[in-house]
Design a binder for this molecule. Sequence first.
Ligand code: PRP
Length: 212
Amino acid sequence: MINIALPKGRLGERVYAAFEKAGFACPSIKENNRKLIFENAESGVRYFWVKPSDVSIYVERGAADIGVCGKDILEEYAPDVYELLDLKTGVCRMAVAAKKGFYDDGERTLKVATKFVRVAKRFYAQKGRDIDVIKLNGSIEIAPILGLSDVIVDIVETGTTLKENDLEVVETVFPISARLIANKAAFKFNTAEIERLLAGVKKLLEETGDSL
Ligand code: PRP
């Protein structure tokens, strides 16, 4: 039985559809209920719906054998897992943004609001720029508007949230997409099954021109 942690939401549903096509179906997952665990003994899979930012925790600790999470989470938490495949979906970017026209003259410590503290610290350390990190848990875009911070480091997908709050991207930190990850020990024990899933998904990516 392979245990698979999927991120709750549209991305997870899209990934499930791909896994189903790759031969890892679990029809009960489509029942419209509040259950979080679904199993199909025939195809040897058990799926869990978990909070997207928690997938790597389940996989790292072996509660799930494989899972799907964003590159943002891998960069921030650096879980000890194998990153097996770029699923080329859930595409967005980590970016620095600020109020329109903001210019960093470098003369004082830069105030940076973010959910991604390690990403922000690493990014500015590489530039040798002193920062004061303000950890927030959501609605990061409000911080520069209220003067809580000079800039934010956050995920930008369509850019709508920035635009509607009169902010703009200053620079891109790194591109993001969903990744298939595996628990290291589980990969050793279930190599054949995980490789079979991997091959099925890779084939699908080829057939669809990278759009799951
Ligand atoms: C994310 C991110 C931005 C928004 C970007 O927030 O933090 O706020 O999506 O998307 P866009 O460029 O398409 O507008 P999320 O919805 O995850 O909520 P959050 O406020 O809790 O971070």
